[in-house]
Design a protein around this ligand. Sequence first.
Ligand SMILES: [Zn+2]
Length: 364
Amino acid sequence: MKKFRFFAALLLAIVMLAVGVAGGFVGYYYLDRNRFTSEVYTSGAMQVHFLELGNKYTGDCTYIKAGDTDILIDAGSRTDSIQTIDNYLRNFVTDGKLEYVIVTHAHQDHYAGFATNENSESLFDKYSVEVIIDFALTNQKEDGAMYSNYCRERDEAIENGAQHFTARECIEQNNDVFELSGGVTMTVLDQRYYYEKASSENDYSVCTLFTYGDQNILLTGDLEEKGEASLIEKNDLPEVTLYKAGHHGSKTSSSPELMAVIQPEVICVCCCAGSPEYTDVSDNQFPTQEFIDNVAPYTDEIYVTTLCVDYDNGDFTSMNGNITVVFSGKGFTVRCSASDLKLKDSEWFGKNRKMPEQWKDKSA
Ligand SMILES: [Zn+2]
């Protein structure tokens, strides 16, 4: 009987210890997650944030912190995203100053946050901006409401002291390489549609490469296949750690040719997954089956910001949520505000996409 009591007590002690340790892990995990937006990252590290936009529309907003330099690339998807973007940025941009704003092209899902009417504040009003780099060309009409709002807001920022260059001017004035703080370099890449008319507005996209140590990050806006071909031709593109899926994971971008050159390790897709905003054909809704098949030979580490729940009712939810990729100089970590699941492991993928052969081999 005594022996039994001893073993029972020992067992209880082991169970309590196990529960304690597991509880500690769970506690740490949640604490860590909740801390994540306000956490102060170590100086010198580089962070790339892909933001959710607070509505059911697909759009881009990428915020990069390179040392003390704050860079905002695009601010979609509608003017009502401004508050969502501003609330997020305030956690990081503590001095109210954006050293660089890059506006890739004149589509509302990329520049709505800079294109308010005179009665409301755009992101150009909310932050002091040092340098604006935007598209050289557009097919938008000068009297188009959103485009003229953009031009007015941008020109006000210039009056308030911002320097302004189009991507073409950056190239032509040999002002295409910017040394940022924290040892990060930003390069404005060259492509043919800074100089010639394109049938698709997307092809005017300003493309940038960020380099930190031996890590490269490529952002191509909504550049499509012909633009990508010229990007390959005009630049000596390296292999990249992180690639923002071109054109929200559309079938018109992330061509096999570009993927073979850059061979991305991690891909972030800014979209409202499975939304019928542009098409009812499921395979062609972002992120498209063709995009998945094009990138599959290189990586299965794909993250997506938002998920469409019911487009007609305006219902959406986070997929991975706000996605942050933190570079330490030696490696990188991906941290998501909602879920850390890779795209291929998500419920949406299981229901709506075919698993590429390369990914089947990996899990087998
Ligand atoms: Zn877009």
